[in-house]
Design a protein around this ligand. Structure first.
Ligand code: ACO
Length: 415
């Protein structure tokens, strides 16, 4: 078995020092991915993975995993965001490919075993005249506390839902159930690292380049870690001929895992997932607000989605979906953090100013304070002479990884 850190070593430059912050939220029950009246039990996990070169963050990816437990088990892996800081250069595509392979092969039974009890809290108050405002309610609680009952108004656990995962699911391996991979690609100058777009070393792909880049990494990782797979890509408002030019291999199809011709007349609301920051989900919510959710069919949904602003104005927004069954291997070490600690550690990364070297330098120690274990790595890949970056396009990136201190007020020149 190789851990994620070990598997990254051979795509990182030889003898250079790296560290991995492999954060995972504790698996918890959540809302179903696709709205269904029978509300199947759904377990949600967030992975937030950051690669450091020496002590400088290089790249991060945020991935949501949902396990839908009904008659059968189904895993939905939603790659929400990838971003780079531009402060040091590695082959990001290769790193992302390895991260995807690790996620695909992550044993699902491990998540199910880590599932935590869900508590329901209630605040029990003495009989009181109706409160006219939250302030009045707060005052009532403070007065009772001042009278001596120090815990008055503190929410108490009234119900603990210890959902028992049916035992038949605990012996499954990843090849026994369906895994869906889903993501959409839309280029932005930054997603996770504020002000990283000001760093000269940041290589920002445009829409077309980004879609190609994702398809290449996904195709290689799916070929390695899926036992069987159907691969779909779509670009709304594009001709089939244009879309197929993006195929990294000819086993890709134009379409979506969330559309089948035989389901064209089914209601979209029961078939389209509600994923965070996803344009499909945003449109679905819009339909609910407009009170049309119970009228729009799946085919109408896709037609109308194409007219949404985020898919127009010449943008190439790639919708990627893969469905199949996966291989499995042991996950290796990671930092599983409970709700608040996970959020706080994540915020250290997503709320720092990446154009300010003193803030960047503090990140490494700050995440350690939240209990994140960093796994040390040493690159093993021989430097390939000049890789495929044309000489004219090469930017003066600092010699791998050394964060150069800058005067704050001057231009954002890094090297
Ligand atoms: N100059 C010229 N070419 C370069 C440079 C450079 N400075 N750096 C890398 N390249 C070339 C590489 O050689 C490679 O070319 P190849 O495919 O011919 O080998 C290609 O660009 C990709 O290089 P990578 O190292 O794999 O990736 P990159 O550094 O471009 O990072 C990323 C890709 C993460 C998308 C980056 O562009 C970025 O941070 N973008 C901003 C945020 C963003 O748009 N994220 C994706 C959102 S979609 C989603 O997350 C689901």
């Amino acid at each position: 078995m190789t851990s994620l850190a070990e598997s990254l070593e051979d795509v990182l430059p030889k003898d250079e020092h790296f560290a991995l912050a492999n954060l995972q939220s504790i698996p918890k029950l959540s809302k179903p991915v696709v709205y269904q009246s029978e509300r199947p039990h759904t377990v949600k996990i967030i992975h937030f993975i950051v690669l450091f070169h020496n002590q400088t963050p290089v790249l991060a990816t945020e991935v949501y995993v949902y396990l839908t437990i009904a008659e059968t088990l189904k895993r939905t892996i939603y790659v929400s965001k990838v971003d780079t800081t531009g402060l040091t250069k590695v082959k990001v595509g290769k790193v992302v490919q390895r991260i995807l392979e690790w996620l695909f092969e992550y044993p699902v039974t491990q998540y199910l075993r880590d599932l935590r009890v869900k508590h329901t809290y209630k605040t029990v108050l003495k009989p009181h005249p109706p409160f006219t405002s939250p302030v009045q309610r707060a005052l009532h609680i403070l007065i009772e506390r001042a009278k001596g009952d120090k815990d008055y108004g503190v929410p108490q656990i009234v119900e603990s839902k210890a959902y028992r995962v049916p035992s038949r699911f605990l012996s499954l391996t990843n090849s026994d159930f369906q895994t869906d991979l889903v993501l959409f690609t839309r280029a932005e100058s930054q997603y996770l690292f504020p002000n990283s777009n000001k760093n000269d070393g940041k290589h920002i792909l445009d829409d077309g380049g980004l879609l190609k880049w994702w398809l290449k990494s996904i195709n290689l990782s799916v070929n390695k870690s899926f036992k069987s797979a159907q691969k779909y890509v779509d670009i709304l408002n594009s001709e089939p001929r244009q879309i197929s030019r993006y195929f990294p291999e000819n086993d890709w199809k134009i379409g979506s895992i969330y559309y089948r011709p035989e389901k064209a007349h089914d209601l979209a609301v029961y078939n389209i997932p509600l994923l965070p920051d996803d344009p499909k989900g945003r449109f679905l919510e819009h339909l609910v607000v407009e009170n049309r959710a119970k009228r729009v069919s799946l085919s109408q949904f896709w037609t109308e989605l194409a007219f949404r602003q985020e898919f127009r104005l010449g943008r190439i927004v790639g919708l990627i979906g893969v469905t199949g069954t996966c291989n499995e291997s042991a996950p290796g070490p990671l930092s599983m953090l409970k709700g608040k600690d996970f959020e706080n550690a994540r915020k250290v990364f997503t709320e720092s100013d990446y154009s300010d070297s003193s803030e960047v330098e503090a990140i490494y120690d700050r995440v350690l304070e939240y209990g994140v274990e960093l796994q040390e790595m040493t690159g093993r890949q021989d430097r390939v002479a000049s890789s495929s970056i044309p000489e004219s396009n090469k930017r003066p990136v600092t010699d791998l990884g050394m964060l150069v201190k800058r005067k704050k007020s001057t231009t954002q020149q890094l090297s």
